[in-house]
Design a protein around this ligand. Sequence first.
Ligand code: NAP
Length: 359
Amino acid sequence: MKAAVLKAFGSPLAIESVPAPALGTGEVIVDVAATRVLAYAKEVFSGERQYLLGLPAIPGPGAVGRVRAVGPDAAHLATGDWVYCDPTVRSRDDVVAPDILLQGWTARSDGSLRLQKHFRHGSFAEQMRVPTENAVRIGTLDEAAAASWCALGTLLVPYGGLAAVKLAAGEAVLINGATGAFGSAGVAVALAMGASRVIATGRNGRALEDLARRFGDRVRTVKMLGNEEDDRARIQRAAPEPIDCVLDLLPPAATASQVRTAVLAVRPHGRVVLMGGVGMSDAGGLDLPYSWLMRNCITLRGQWMYARDAIARMVGLIRAGLVKLDDFHFTTFGLDDANEAVAHAADNAGPFRMTVIRP
Ligand SMILES: NC(=O)c1ccc[n+]([C@@H]2O[C@H](COP(=O)([O-])OP(=O)(O)OC[C@H]3O[C@@H](n4cnc5c(N)ncnc54)[C@H](OP(=O)(O)O)[C@@H]3O)[C@@H](O)[C@H]2O)c1
């Protein structure tokens, strides 16, 4: 089969013929119909992000495709089913604290690095092999719609955070970094989950205006100017009601102060979820006031990806028309042009924009 192979960090992807994956028990082979290229794929492949991916590898986190073959343990999946290949592979032999591997992308713990030896290759290929539980049925779809269904990968991340802090219908939520790819998807998801209000922060005024125009009165935008206290005061003035939950999705380049601006805006007894890349490059802390956390009974948690049932819920929100895939504008490339796709994704980052490879 044809695949795009990363042989060394800093070298272009090599488009070549490689052996097709072999099916084992507990696994599924999927024909990849479409796979998203993240805006920061270029930083991962250059080595700048220092993601741990054993090379050579076929990169690519997640895909939309059709089941080609199932192992003997498949109880429901059948050949031809449309599935989302969830890149979030978990170690099956530690139910209490499973390691998380992002297949075709990165690993963090010793356990996930061991797992990566087997489930290393990702979706920039005609076929991929995933654990049975990672091929999640998404219902019937038209072949032509496969690219737009790649938005699942973007939508699922903020959904995972909002579900982790149990966002309830009628609550007000602050999305910090709402002008980014995942943050803007977070605005759409929070509204679909029934948030009464979404406070959307960012520095990019045009992107904020676009969010306000797209989503109307339930969204209040606040431009971040870089002074922590002032920015927080403007957030609180923009929110007609106390902020129940905060979701942070800022990138590695953002500072702890930018995160604190949002975190400290949550109401007493509020919940905060951190999902961004902040501190990745310098391993820095947040310096949150101990007594503020304690006296206000604040719940603060991190979230990497999402729970396994999130995919079915997100598909439900899409199928019900509560989240609109039409909101996403996408540009497609063939596998032969994978390097062009990576460059395009970097140059065309931002809200509701996707770069997709169709192998
Ligand atoms: N936890 C998880 O499961 C998970 C999964 C996927 C991704 N992530 C993380 O999510 C982060 C965001 O990804 P993304 O693709 O949405 O990124 P993105 O599109 O670049 O968005 C990040 C946004 O942050 C804002 N920002 C604020 N301060 C910034 C600064 N100093 N430098 C650059 N941007 C700044 C930018 O908007 P303004 O210019 O308007 O401020 C930008 O639009 C990534 O770093 C990634 O590590 C986490």
